[in-house]
Design a protein. Structure first.
Length: 306
C-alpha cells in the first residue's frame, strides 16, 4: 500500500463532515408488503408488525433509504472521491464491518422518509488481518417531515489486501461467541444442537437472542434439535477465495425439523447437486489448528436423496 503516511491520512480526513447524500427521498413509503416480506425473511412474528395499527420493525430503518439498482437523486460526489483516493493508494478492497442504529419513534405505513448522509469520520491507518487501510463511518439521519425518526451509522474498511502468505495450515474462521449465544456454542462442543425456547409463549428461535421476538419475554430455556432438516435456500460460493475453503462450495439456509433456520455448509454431494428441499442431517465437524480445537455444525445430505 502506498499513501499510508500521516500526510495522506490528513488528506483523507478533509472529507469528514462532507455530505454523501442530501435531501434523499425513500423510493417507497413505509408499507405493509415490505414489512411482511422482512418479517417472513427474519422469522419475526411480533404482532406489532401486523394489522391496522402496525409499525415497521425498527431494524428496517436502512431499508427505507436504499436506492436499489438505479440509485438515488441527491447523492454527492464526496464519498466516491474519498474511495477513489484510497483505491489510487492501493486500498482496492472493501468490507462492511458494523452498523449502529438509534430509533427515536416508530415508522408506520404511509410514512414517507427523507434522509441526509454525511461522512462522519475517517480513521487513522489501521493494520488488520485482511490488510492495512482506513475505517470510514457514514451517518444517515432519517426523517419523516421535520421529525428525526432515527439515525444509521455504517462503517466500512477500505484496505490494501495483505500479500503475506498464511503461516502454516489455514485456519477455519472462528464464530463470534458472546453472552447471548455462548450456550449454543457450548452445546455444539458437546455434539448437541440447542434451540432457544421462550419460557412464556414457547416460541422457538434461532439465532440466539436475549428476548423473545414473539412476546418480548426475557425468560427462556432450550430444546435439543433432532438435527434433521431440509435446504430452504442456498448459494454456491465461487468468490472471494479464502485459504480455509476450496471454492466452489455450497452454503445453505437450513430449515430444521423444529421450524427454525440456520446457515451452514452443505456437503455430501457435489456443490452443483444441492437443491432446495434436499433432506440434510447435522454433523459436528472438529477442526484442529494452531488456534486450538473448533467444532462446527455442518449439514450432510441424507444418503440416497441427492
Amino acid at each position: 500500500m502506498t499513501g499510508g503516511s500521516d500526510e495522506f491520512g490528513v488528506r483523507l480526513r478533509v472529507y469528514e463532515g462532507q455530505p454523501a447524500a442530501v435531501s434523499g427521498v425513500g423510493k417507497d413509503p413505509v408499507n405493509l408488503p415490505m414489512i411482511r416480506h422482512w418479517c417472513e425473511a427474519m422469522g419475526d412474528t411480533n404482532p406489532a408488525y401486523e394489522g391496522p395499527d402496525a409499525i415497521a420493525p425498527p431494524t428496517m430503518l436502512q431499508a427505507w433509504t436504499m436506492g436499489g439498482l438505479s440509485g438515488h437523486v441527491g447523492r454527492t460526489g464526496a464519498y466516491d472521491e474519498l474511495l477513489t483516493l484510497l483505491e489510487e493508494a492501493g486500498c482496492t478492497s472493501i468490507v462492511a464491518t458494523d452498523c449502529e442504529q438509534e430509533y427515536l419513534r416508530p415508522l408506520r405505513p404511509g410514512d414517507r422518509v427523507t434522509f441526509d448522509t454525511a461522512i462522519e469520520s475517517v480513521s487513522e491507518q489501521k493494520t488488520t488481518k485482511l490488510g492495512s487501510g482506513y475505517f470510514i463511518t457514514t451517518r444517515t439521519d432519517v426523517r419523516v417531515g421535520d421529525d428525526l425518526v432515527g439515525t444509521h451509522r455504517f462503517r466500512v474498511l477500505k484496505y490494501a489486501p495483505s500479500r503475506r502468505p498464511p503461516a502454516g495450515r489455514a485456519r477455519r474462521p472462528r464464530p463470534v461467541v458472546n453472552r447471548d449465544n455462548a450456550g449454543f456454542w457450548e452445546g455444539v462442543a458437546e455434539g448437541r444442537l440447542l434451540i432457544q425456547r421462550c419460557a412464556v409463549c414457547g416460541t422457538l428461535r434461532h439465532p440466539w437472542l436475549p428476548g423473545c421476538n414473539a412476546c418480548g419475554s426475557l425468560d427462556w430455556d432450550t430444546v435439543e434439535a433432532s438435527g434433521e432438516g431440509t435446504v430452504y435456500s442456498y448459494v454456491v460460493m465461487h468468490h472471494p477465495p479464502f485459504p480455509a475453503f476450496e471454492p466452489p462450495y455450497a452454503v445453505g439456509l437450513i430449515e430444521l425439523a423444529e421450524g427454525v433456520r440456520m446457515v451452514s455448509n452443505v456437503f455430501g454431494v457435489p456443490y452443483d447437486k444441492v437443491r432446495i428441499g434436499l433432506p440434510v442431517r447435522v454433523e459436528f465437524r472438529r477442526y484442529d489448528d494452531d488456534a486450538g480445537e473448533l467444532v462446527l455444525p455442518l449439514f450432510r445430505v441424507v444418503e440416497g436423496e441427492a
